[in-house]
Design a protein around this ligand. Structure first.
Ligand code: DCM
Ligand code: DCM
Ligand code: DCM
Ligand code: ZN
Ligand code: ZN
Length: 280
C-alpha cells in the first residue's frame, strides 16, 4: 500500500488493541498519543532504499509463482526467496524479535531499540501482505504493467497501492493523510463492530496463531493472492496491459481494497494483542 493505506491500517489497529497492548507499544515506541502506530506505519518504506535498510527491500512482498487468472496460490518454499526473504519470513522474524524480552523462555533478550524496529516492521508488513499485488510474481507485482486510471498513466501496482484508495476516500487522502486515514479507520471500525463486516470478523482471526507465524502469514497471503485471479487481473496480465481501468474495474476493486484494509487493521490488532499477552 501507499502511505495512506498503511496509516489507515495502523489507526484501525489502534482502535481494536487492548489497553495493555496500547501501553506496551506506546512505551516501546516512545509515543503516548493515539498516533503511536500510525506514526510509524510508513517507516519501513522510508528505509528500504537507504544503505542501512537495503536488506529489508524484499520484505514487503512475496512473489507467488502463480498463473492468473487460471491458477492462484502461495507456497512458502516455492515463493519466499531463500537468500533475501519475503514478507512472510519477515513477519516471522520481526514477530520473534518482538517476543525476545527478558520473559522469553528461549532467552536472548533484545534491546528495546531493536524491538522498536521490529514493531515498526510488523505494523507495516501486516498491511502489505493484504495488498493482493504484494503476493504476486507477474511483472514484479504488476509494477511492469502500464495502465491508465481516470485517463492518467500509472502502473497496475500503483493503482492498487494508492489510486483506488484515493478515489474511494477522496482528495483528503492526499491532502491531509493522517486526518483522513483516522476518519476512514473510524468508519471501518463501525463496520467491523456492528456493520457489514461484523459477521466475518471472527473468521478473520481464525488463522492467527502466534506459535506458527509462517503458517499464519501464508494464510493471509493466500487469501490476498486469490484476489489477483478474481479481481486484479480477471482475464490475465495481457488483457489488462495498456488498458483504461474504467468504472466497472473500479466498482469491483474498491470493495476488495476496503475489505483488505479492514482485515489488515483488525488482524494487526489481534497479532499485537497476542504478542503482548505472551510477553506479560
Ligand atoms: N540483516 C537482516 N536480515 C537479513 C540480512 C541482513 O536483518 N536478511 C541485517 C543484519 C546486519 C545488516 O542487516 O546487521 C547488514 O547486513 P549485511 O551483513 O548483509 O551487510
Ligand atoms: N536485523 C533483523 N533481523 C535479524 C537481525 C538483524 O531485522 N535477524 C535488523 C535489525 C537491526 C539491524 O538488522 O536493527 C542491524 O542488526 P545488527 O545490529 O545485528 O547488525
Ligand atoms: N513490489 C512488489 N513485488 C515485487 C517488487 C516490488 O510488491 N516483486 C512492491 C514494493 C513497492 C512497489 O512494488 O510497494 C514498488 O517497488 P519498487 O520500488 O521496488 O519497484
Ligand atoms: Zn506496493
Ligand atoms: Zn511496503
Amino acid at each position: 500500500w501507499g502511505g495512506f493505506g498503511h496509516i489507515s491500517v495502523a489507526y484501525l489497529a489502534s482502535n481494536f488493541v487492548s489497553p495493555a497492548t496500547t501501553s506496551y507499544f506506546q512505551a516501546l515506541l516512545g509515543n503516548d498519543t493515539g498516533d503511536y502506530l500510525a506514526g510509524v506505519a510508513t517507516w519501513a518504506d522510508s528505509v528500504r532504499y537507504t544503505k542501512w535498510g537495503r536488506f529489508s527491500a524484499d520484505f514487503h512482498f512475496i512473489d507467488a509463482k502463480d498463473d492468473p487468472p487460471s491458477y492462484c496460490g502461495v507456497d512458502f518454499d516455492r515463493d519466499c526467496k531463500k537468500d533475501r526473504g519475503c514478507v512472510v519470513s519477515a513477519l516471522y522474524n520481526y514477530t520473534t524479535r518482538l517476543l525476545a524480552t527478558d520473559n522469553d523462555a528461549a532467552g536472548g533478550e533484545l534491546p528495546a531499540s531493536e524491538r522498536a524496529i521490529a514493531a515498526k516492521f510488523v505494523v507495516h508488513f501486516v498491511g502489505d501482505i493484504h495488498q493482493p499485488l504484494h503476493t504476486e510474481n507477474v511483472a514484479r507485482g504488476g509494477n511492469g504493467i502500464p495502465v491508465t486510471f481516470g485517463g492518467a498513466r500509472f502502473n497496475l501496482h500503483h493503482v492498487w497501492d494508492t489510486s483506488i484508495v484515493e478515489k474511494l476516500v477522496g482528495a483528503a487522502a492526499h491532502r491531509r493523510p493522517y486526518e483522513a486515514a483516522k476518519r476512514w479507520a473510524d468508519e471501518l471500525t463501525e463496520e467491523i463492530n456492528g456493520g457489514k463486516y461484523s459477521q466475518d470478523r471472527i473468521d478473520w482471526l481464525r488463522s492467527a496463531n502466534l506459535s506458527d507465524p509462517i503458517a499464519t502469514a501464508i494464510e493471509w497471503a493466500t487469501e490476498s493472492n486469490a484476489f489477483v485471479c478474481t479481481t486484479v487481473m480477471p482475464n490475465g496480465p495481457e488483457a489488462i496491459k495498456g488498458q483504461e481501468l474504467g468504472s466497472d474495474y473500479y466498482e469491483a476493486a474498491a470493495p476488495v481494497v476496503e475489505l483488505q484494509i479492514a482485515r489488515a487493521g483488525y488482524r494487526l490488532a489481534a497479532w499485537l494483542d497476542l504478542i503482548v499477552s505472551s510477553i506479560n
